[in-house]
Design a protein around this ligand. Structure first.
Ligand code: NAG
Length: 821
């Protein structure tokens, strides 16, 4: 059955087997079978082929001699067939040898016979071509010329003959072709042929499949992967992503700040694509100092401070170089535009420095030219200039950034000799920057102020009998102007004092205003006068002002009292008479004396210095009355001599003496009739005198009041300059304020001696008069000592004089007190 089938399948094989079988008969029996038959498959009827009786083979024990290794075959004793006992693999039995014979020993007993049988194993295509490695890698440098061959792995096929590897094939691709080389030993070697230059940058890897096909039917094949790695060569230059990099950078960017990063790509790989950045070799040193580029990253950073005002923009070239061999490079430009920041304060420049200005300069006089600039641009550079406070100046915008500083109102050097003008410039940036400059404008003096005396008027007190040429006082004037305009000369304006030119009395130091007397003054002749002093500055034209100086001569005790009663020739003795019948207290006589001086210097006191009998007479200290102390007795000498000293109250005291001889007579009744110049009847006159006295006192009071009021008004006006200069008489209460008040001065220590009316202002100091009252019990003298000057009071005193008759009056009491008056 199997053989038939076999013959059907392999007709040529059956034919060949028949030939073999015939051969076997000749020499040896040979079977031919394909490998890989199933176990039990019939190889041939060996009993028949060897000529045995099928019925006897079992008894004669037909069998295959066991050999070394496997028992591939067995004998079916029933049918006498040789059958496959075990699967036969030709490749493992015979390898690559072209024929494969398995020799068998067939043994049969009774009689024991040996037969050689050969079984030829035929190859069937049971093995595919096989590549040892599933993966093959071939490295092809790019730019390799086409036609270059690369050897591929050879496939193995265990089959032989027609079943052996017959051809290779490559999958379809654009770059590679396959070339199969036949070696002399019949093996085939596949080669990859580069048909077209590969470009790694386009396709770095090509995946190919190599297929090996054998010649069997059906043919079997095996494949392997061929990976073609394209090896990079530096065939691509780097390329910047921009031809020009533009960036804006703030002027205040700090050193170290990143400006921008340039980036270049290189299509190559490895070192060929590793890029090194740098500045172009011709880049200016100033830029290389300001910027630095990172070799690896292309980051450009700032290394120094920017200044828009120095350079508002920078342009430079950068270079990218790969590390291939040889290296390739690319170039690009960087444009850095600096954005201005308001980092410059305005600058104030004095184009023409301020000239001193005359204080009388008209409004609009130009003083200085000033410019204000700012190095920034745009708003940041727009400057406005102003003065930070009010000055009598104005800024007038002039050409370009200039301003003219001109006067805006009138100036006064005496108030402001110089101006420190603060100028403030500010730009329009945000925040705005300002700067300040101070300029000094000096004001030149003009002689516009006359000298001014330190007092509105001066009062000088000079003692009479002063030494001629002594300094009396000093006046001083000041002038607020400057230099020569403030330099003052003093002079005395000519006038007449008692018909004599004042210049013969007074001299003034023209430099310092010290006033000297050129005369010794006599109070009794001249009590007051006034002079006009002029102060004149040295300006051109010069200015002057005048002041009045009132000179008051102060009294000194330079006159001794003069005895007017009893009248005596110098050194002689005055003779008086009195009745011996006189009782105690009898007025023997009365000494009367006057003193040409004034005030205290004219207060007179009387003192008994020597007496024949000092117990008999006494002299009233104040009145000069000589009275008996007791009744005259018969024992008293008829001639009594009295030495009376008359003293004034001055310092030093001046005195005079008078010697009175009193003759005591019997029967003399009319007392002291002869020493009175005019006789009056006291009883009749008393009331009349009192009346006149009251009227005169009232008149004086009214006048005093009027004068007082006038003085008060004047005083208020002059109250600002109340101080008076020079010498004062400090020891005299009565003269302390001679020009201020009208005083009614009353001596109150003891009996009234006099009433003194001091009146008038300083112009009429001489308007004082004095009445010395001699209060006597029975007889009195009224003596009026008139002032010696010519004043308004003169008339008043004349009136008083006329109204008082030449008479004496008697006070009722010696104890009239001040309060009653
Ligand atoms: C003025 O000058 C004279 C002479 O040099 C001097 O004696 C007098 O004291 C001066 N007067 C003043 C107020 O300086």
């Amino acid at each position: 059955m199997w053989t038939l089938v076999k013959i059907k399948i392999f007709p040529w094989l059956a034919l060949w087997m028949f030939f073999l079988l015939w051969n076997t008969i000749e020499a040896q029996t040979r079977y031919t079978i394909p490998e890989e038959l199933d176990v039990g498959s019939v190889v041939g009827n060996i009993a028949k082929d060897l000529g045995f009786d099928i019925a006897k083979i079992s008894d004669r024990k037909l069998r295959i001699a066991p050999g070394a290794g496997k028992q591939y075959f067995a004998v079916d004793l029933g049918k006498g067939e040789l059958i496959v006992n075990e699967r036969i693999d030709r490749e493992s039995l015979c390898g690559q040898s072209a024929s494969c014979l398995l020799p068998l020993q067939v043994i049969i007993e009774d009689p024991l016979q040996f037969y050689r049988v050969e079984v030829e194993i035929l190859d069937i295509n049971d093995n595919s071509p096989l590549f040892m490695s599933g993966e093959n890698t071939i490295k092809v440098p790019e730019s390799t010329l086409s036609g270059v061959r690369f050897r591929l792995e050879t496939a193995q096929d265990r089959d032989v003959g027609i079943n052996y590897l017959r051809s290779y094939s490559l999958n379809k691709n654009d770059f590679f072709a396959l070339n199969v080389k036949n070696n002399k030993d019949g093996t085939k070697v596949a080669e990859l042929v580069l048909e077209k230059t590969v470009d790694r940058e386009q396709q770095p890897v090509h995946n190919l499949i190599l297929t090996a096909v054998d010649g069997g039917t059906p043919a079997r094949s095996g494949t392997t992967h061929v990976t073609v790695m394209v090896i990079d060569i530096n065939d691509n230059a780097p390329s910047f992503d921009q031809d020009l990099y533009e960036i804006q950078l703030s002027e205040n960017a700090i050193p170290g700040a990143l400006v921008l990063t340039v980036r270049a790509n290189d299509l190559d790989e490895g070192p060929n694509s590793k890029i090194e950045y740098s500045f172009e070799s011709h880049t200016a040193e100033s830029i290389q100092k300001l910027f630095v580029i990172n070799e690896d990253t292309g980051a450009i950073t700032l290394t120094d401070a920017l200044d828009y005002e120095k350079s508002p923009s920078y342009k430079f070239d950068v270079c990218a170089r790969d590390k291939g061999t040889p290296s390739m490079e690319a170039h690009s430009s960087v444009q850095v535009t600096i954005v201005d920041v308001n980092d410059n304060s305005p600058e104030i420049t004095i184009t023409s420095s301020p000239k001193p200005v005359r204080e009388d300069a008209p409004v609009g006089t130009m003083v200085a030219l000033i410019s204000a600039k700012d190095l920034d641009s745009g708003e940041n550079g727009q400057v406005s200039l102003r003065m930070s406070s009010d000055y009598p100046f104005k800024l007038n915008p002039s050409f370009a950034d200039h301003y003219a500083l001109v006067t805006h109102s009138t100036l006064d050097r005496e108030k402001y000799p110089e101006y420190r003008i603060e100028l403030e410039a500010s730009d329009s940036g945000s925040p705005a920057l300002t700067s300040i400059k101070i300029i000094t404008v000096n004001i030149l003096d003009v002689n516009d102020n006359p000298p001014v005396f330190s007092q509105p008027s001066y009062t000088v007190y000079v003692r009479e009998n002063n030494a001629a040429g002594s300094i009396m006082c000093s006046v001083s004037a000041s002038d607020p102007d400057k230099g020569e305009n403030a330099k003052i000369s003093y002079s005395i304006l000519d006038s007449k004092v008692q018909d004599v030119s004042v210049s013969s009395y007074i001299y003034i130091n023209s430099d310092n205003g010290s006033i000297y007397s050129m005369h010794s003054f006599d109070y009794e002749k001249l009590k007051v006068f006034q002079i006009q002093v002029q102060a004149k500055d040295h300006g051109s034209p010069s200015l002057n002002s005048n002041v009045k100086v009132h000179v008051f001569i102060l009294d000194q005790n330079d006159n001794a009292p003069a005895v007017i009663y009893p009248s005596t020739v110098m050194g002689s003795v005055s003779h008086q008479k009195m009745p011996r019948s006189a009782k105690a207290g009898h007025l023997a006589t009365k000494i009367s004396a006057v003193d040409a001086d004034s005030g205290h210097n004219a207060w007179i006191s009387y003192r008994l210095v020597e007496a024949t009998d000092s117990s008999l007479f006494s002299v009233n200290l104040y009145t000069g009355e000589v009275r008996t102390k007791r009744a005259v007795s018969e024992q008293d000498d008829s001639s009594q001599r009295l030495l009376i000293e008359i003293q004034d109250n001055g310092e030093p005291v001046q005195s005079a003496t008078v010697t009175v001889n009193i003759l005591l007579e019997d029967g003399l009744h009319e007392p002291i009739s002869d020493f009175r110049q005019k006789t009056v009847e006291p009883s009749k006159r008393n009331s009349k005198i009192t009346f006149y006295l009251i009227i005169s006192l009232a008149s004086v009071s009214v006048l005093s009041l009027l004068t007082f009021l006038i003085l008060v008004v004047k005083c208020v006006r002059n109250s600002r300059s109340s101080s008076s200069c020079c010498i004062r008489r400090a020891d005299s209460d009565g003269y302390k304020n001679p020009n201020r008040n009208l005083q009614l001065q009353l001596n109150t220590d003891g009996p009234i001696k006099y009433v003194e009316v001091l009146g008038g202002d300083m112009l009429s100091q001489s308007q004082s008069f004095r009445s010395c009252l001699s209060p006597v019990s029975e007889f009195s003298d009224f003596t009026l000592v008139k002032p010696s000057s010519t004043t308004d009071f003169q008339d008043m005193i004349n009136v008083l004089d006329a109204s008082l008759p030449d008479s004496a009056w008697t006070f009722e009491s010696q104890q009239v007190s001040a309060a009653t008056l």
